[in-house]
Design a protein around this ligand. Structure first.
Ligand SMILES: [Zn+2]
Length: 500
């Protein structure tokens, strides 16, 4: 089916977009527009929209102030799109298309940010909520995650409206207010609301992976990764009870020793390593760039499976792609130097690979611990691994094309497993086509800035993200898609010769 994507690729190339282009503007006017957009992101950062599991810490009023500001900053959008406030603090905008028969697309982003820890405030080079623009960067909490996408999407729509663009396909803009704490009250409620109305979506575009530069050893060219699958997650508590008493005469086994032994067994018996179809696709596409050895190995995957998995397991980043992983995060036992604790507890944070679930995870942990004195219990919510998004669709091709147009330096566009989870998880009932991709350029260093001190985004990358969403909207909702849909229907009649 890969061939089919190339067919579409040529369709895009042979049908240039004919409506108003940015070239209609003078360079000076376009520079002014860019400067204004940067100011909008800068201002959006000044609202301290932190979400928090603790209701007291949730800064609800900041969200309402941000809503007001967005109304001022994007007048055309607010005049022509329908705005609904969902569950008090999330936003859903509807841009009606001219053809009601086309299933809508939904662009998802979130307005909430993680808090700035009190003890790190001094470490910031620029104040985290000042929205400072300096040295080519927009600084502050939310500049990378995820306010730049909220503003880039809205700016793209604003500019398209000003250029007289009218979509054929309906577009939803869905901005949640609690992604950082699970998204149940924001994206979760938006999704419920759309399902109640019987909406079926063509595709969802959310945050996730990005254009990666120098992230993989041996590859210098930037590669765009699109998250077409996401891992699930859950937390298990391991608890051991004991008798307590004075630590001068301990029994052979104490809660701490029993718990340590259990954690040790888990460390030594990880989940089975395996390649899900998405990762196999990633590897196949990247094999050429990785060099002859890998190319050969991937071509004869059956033969070299063990070796390939072993190699992927070695690196932290690729290791996450091939198995369910568990990490002890919280440990709790005694609090007095000479008193044996009556209880020892550990939390295992588990990221579940597609194909496994709650039951298979608990089974592996229970069998590996193999000690009845250790009580195993689930804590918090369970997020199942996502369904796998197909890549042989016109929406995937449109996304790939939008990436290539915006980031011409990209050598490859590759589907990949996203090891985390985002608001996208709430939309799985509405479409099979869920894409997790943020239009930004990430290096190993820059990836560290998310949720961290000195979070900042290059002005240049922000500009590109606006251009990206304009292209993506036109590719998926403009005049062009009709031709693509026609091509798709025709090509479905063609035999699949690629044996995939
Ligand atoms: Zn985010």
């Amino acid at each position: 089916m890969r061939q089919y994507i190339f067919i579409l690729f040529f369709v895009f190339l042979s049908h240039p977009i004919t409506f108003a282009q940015d070239t209609d503007f003078t360079a000076a006017a376009s520079a002014t527009i860019t400067a204004e957009a940067v100011q909008k992101l800068s201002k959006a950062i000044t609202f301290q929209t932190t979400s928090d599991v603790d209701e007291q810490e949730f800064r609800y009023s900041e969200f309402l102030d941000l809503h007001d500001y967005l109304g001022e900053a994007f007048p055309a959008l607010h005049q022509q799109l329908q705005k609904e406030v969902v569950n008090g603090y999330s936003l859903l905008y509807t841009w009606l298309g001219t053809d009601p028969d086309l299933p809508p697309v939904l662009l998802s982003a979130h307005m909430d940010v993680v808090p700035v820890e009190e003890e790190t405030k001094e470490d910031w080079q620029q104040q985290p909520y000042a929205g400072t623009v300096k040295d080519g960067y927009i600084w502050g909490r939310g500049s990378l995650d995820d306010k730049y996408r909220v503003i880039a999407i809205m700016e793209a729509v604003e500019q398209l409206l000003q250029q007289g663009y009218s979509p054929e396909r309906t577009i939803y803009l869905a901005f949640g207010h609690d992604e950082e704490i699970g998204g149940t009250e924001g994206a979760g409620k938006i999704s419920e609301y759309l399902q109640e109305q019987g909406v079926k979506l063509e595709a969802v575009f959310d945050e996730g992976l990005a254009v990666a530069k120098g992230v993989l050893p041996g590859i210098d060219e930037p590669i765009a990764f699109i998250g077409t699958a996401a891992k699930g997650g859950m937390n298990l508590q391991l608890k051991v009870k004991g008798e307590g008493g004075h630590s001068s005469a301990p029994p052979l086994d104490t809660p701490v020793s029993i718990l340590s032994a259990a954690l040790n067994r888990l460390q030594n018996k990880p989940f089975e390593a395996r390649m899900i179809p998405t990762t196999k696709e990633t590897m196949e596409l990247m094999a050429g760039k990785l060099g002859g050895k890998y190319k050969f190995a991937m071509r004869h995957y059956g033969l070299f499976k063990g070796k390939i998995l072993k190699m992927l397991a070695k690196d932290q980043a690729t290791g996450a792609l091939i198995r369910t992983q568990m990490t002890p995060t919280v440990l709790e036992a005694g609090d007095t130097y000479n008193v044996m604790p009556r209880m020892a507890k550990a939390i295992l944070n588990i990221r579940i690979l597609n194909g496994e679930d709650q039951e298979t995870v608990i089974k592996h942990v229970t069998e590996t611990v193999n000690d009845e004195r250790v009580q195993i219990e689930m804590k918090g919510t369970y997020t199942p691994p996502s369904p796998i998004t197909p890549t042989d669709t016109w929406t995937y091709a449109a996304l790939e094309q939008s990436i290539r147009e915006t980031f011409p330096e990209v050598a490859l566009v590759v589907p990949a497993l996203f090891p985390g989870s985002t608001d996208a998880r709430h939309y799985t009932n509405l479409t099979n086509n869920i894409y997790r991709f943020g239009p930004q350029v990430v290096t190993r260093e820059k990836a560290q800035l998310v949720h961290n001190v000195d979070e900042r985004l290059e002005v240049e990358v922000f500009e590109k993200s606006i251009a990206f969403y304009k292209t993506l909207l036109r590719q998926t909702c403009g005049n062009l898609p009709l031709q693509v849909v026609m091509q798709q229907e025709e090509s479905e009649l063609l035999p699949d010769v690629t044996n995939k």
